[in-house]
Ligand binder design. Structure first.
Ligand SMILES: O=C(O)CCC(=O)C(=O)O
Ligand SMILES: [Fe+2]
Length: 288
């Protein structure tokens, strides 16, 4: 008979391979949405003083991942690693406690994914955090005003995996068969985990980065997103037991730099014709 742990790992594996996402239960998100709403309600002049705020109201719109649409998303972004752009403070918020809780959940998920795919249990967990400052990657506290046509255009996330929470419907995920499904509302303690570009590359395409988008909402919507990235110097290359490599090696830092620079140059991250991510399969001529 299969033990509970094995069943759990088998359903994690099946969900990530076949659907591209899984739902997990954890500690409640608590009062994070009241912090988020208060931060979004700050006057524009205040928001402009912080590097971590982005939105068209502050002249820093969310990139058009598909090269054409205008996203309504506004976001307070926070990271413990390199987000102090232009010498401005990142946010007026104290987000350390939420970030720590996200780190703890991310670590459990990283161990689960490693075990589910036959890797040493701490293989990913040790790459997604530094011992001094905690987890890599960015937390986003997002707001989508009611009524816009596009909340956020289709894309895949550039990091290893993403943990998502929403307070209203709007997030859609593309399944492996190309159909879009609405992400479920899971209550205070339920989170959606999706695959990022880095996990696709590490598994040599065994897992595919999960395309997702936020569609028009008829009421204000908020979400709390956490990207789990690898340490910047980690080389992302297909692991040997996933067969003959079909992805080129690249450092985490270079993958981020390349995807973000391309977006700034107007090169989309998503191909609306083939309905597929462009970033997950970038070909690199050198890892750094
Ligand atoms: O708000 C959401 O649910 C999705 C946000 C997202 O996809 C992103 O920030 O990359
Ligand atoms: Fe995303």
């Amino acid at each position: 008979m299969l033990c509970a742990r094995k069943l759990c790992l088998a359903s994690l594996r099946r969900g990530l391979v076949e659907d591209g996402f899984v739902c997990v239960r954890s500690e409640s998100i608590g009062d994070a949405y009241s912090v988020l709403k208060a931060a979004h309600a700050l006057p524009l002049a205040v928001k402009e003083r912080f590097s971590g705020y982005g939105g068209s109201d502050a002249g820093k719109p969310e990139p058009a991942y598909d090269g054409g649409s205008t996203a309504s998303a506004r976001s307070w972004d926070f990271s413990r690693h390199a987000l102090a752009l232009g010498g401005k403070p990142a946010t007026p918020l104290d987000l350390d406690d939420l970030f720590d809780r996200q780190d703890a959940l991310g670590e459990s998920i990283a161990v689960g994914i490693a075990e589910a795919f036959g890797l040493p249990p701490r293989y990913l967990a040790d790459l997604i955090r530094s011992s001094e400052r905690g987890g890599f990657g960015i937390m986003r506290l997002m707001a989508y005003p009611a009524g816009a046509d596009v909340g956020i255009a289709p894309h895949t996330d550039f990091e290893c995996f993403t943990v998502m929470h929403q307070d209203a419907p709007g997030l859609e995920l593309m399944r492996r068969d190309g159909t879009w499904v609405s992400a479920p509302l899971l209550g205070d303690d339920g989170f959606i985990v999706i695959v990022g570009d880095v996990l696709e590359r590490l598994t040599n395409g065994h897992l595919k980065a999960t395309p997702h988008r936020v569609v028009e909402c008829d009421r204000d919507r908020h979400s709390i997103i956490r990207f789990h990235a690898l340490r910047p110097d980690a080389i992302v290359a297909p692991l040997p037991h996933f067969g003959e490599p079909v992805y080129t090696p690249v450092s985490m830092a270079k993958h981020m730099r390349t995807t973000l620079t391309n977006l700034k140059l107007g090169k989309p991250a998503w191909d609306p014709v083939s309905n597929a991510s462009l970033t997950a399969t970038y070909v690199y001529d050198s890892p750094r």
